[in-house]
Design a protein around this ligand. Structure first.
Ligand code: TMP
Length: 233
């Protein structure tokens, strides 16, 4: 399949059209940003890690009944995906308090919560991705009620599957952000699942193995990304 013109360049990926109208070609970049693009840097081989890790997790989730945009890997840092229209929602699932939730609720990072928290943010960089709820989604027509119900169902299933999968690899899944798209009328999981979009802590030491190492200048960023991928393979 031939790669055609670039459709869109995001902060972490480039999306290209292909000779097949229903298929996009994604190239994962090493560029890293944080705090809505204010902090910029490079994480060597991040693109390769995020591409391969997403491919592994999308295939595993498909087997568990969650439809995803994944079609096939092209090489270490490129994949083919279904040509979805991304819903402008960031869906965040949290098992352990960290990051913005720990701050907002005055909880110590690492506090295990009694139940899983699901949050929605409006995916809009100019607005700084504000947190919203089901009423906002309906009021400004970001998704239908049926789509929101399905997204919630998938999000909890994905959490359950991923928590167990990472546990077997000695990693705690603290929280993560996912995005969904619409393809041929169906809601499917899209974007990526990677150390950029998850908080992953070593189960024994609580060492952070994710993008917080970049956000918080903790060092050993590249090693942490490689460590996660090596535990998945
Ligand atoms: P937060 O605690 O900063 O709100 O982040 C929650 C989760 O979402 C965490 O796993 C990191 C991920 N995330 C993204 O993938 N993209 C973002 O732009 C932000 C702010 C967080």
């Amino acid at each position: 399949m031939e790669r055609l013109e670039m459709l869109y360049e995001g902060k972490a990926k480039k999306v290209y059209k292909t000779s097949e109208p229903d298929i996009f070609h994604i190239v994962y970049k090493d560029d890293a940003t944080a705090f809505n693009g204010v902090k910029k840097g490079t994480i060597l081989d991040k693109g390769a890690v995020n591409n391969q890790m997403s491919a592994i997790l999308f295939q595993m989730l498909e087997e568990k009944g969650v439809p995803t945009h994944f079609v096939e890997l092209i090489n270490e840092r490129e994949m083919l995906v279904k040509a979805v229209k991304i819903l402008p929602l960031e869906v965040i699932v949290r098992n352990i308090a960290a990051g913005s939730l720990a701050k907002r609720l005055g909880l110590e990072e690492g506090t295990v919560m009694a139940s899983t928290v699901l949050e929605f943010c409006y995916k809009d960089d100019d607005l700084g991705d504000p947190m919203i709820n089901d009423y906002h989604i309906a009021a400004i027509d970001l998704a239908t009620e049926e789509q929101v119900a399905l997204i919630k169902k998938y999000a909890f299933t994905i959490n359950e599957v991923l928590v167990n999968y990472f546990k077997e690899r000695n990693i705690k899944l603290v929280d993560f952000k996912i995005e969904f798209g619409v393809y041929k009328g169906e809601v499917i999981l899209a974007d990526e699942i990677s150390p950029d979009t998850c908080r992953l802590w070593d189960a024994e030491t609580d060492k952070k193995l994710d993008k917080d190492r970049f956000r918080r200048d903790l060092g050993d960023v590249e090693d942490a990304y490689q460590e996660v991928l090596s535990r998945l393979k």
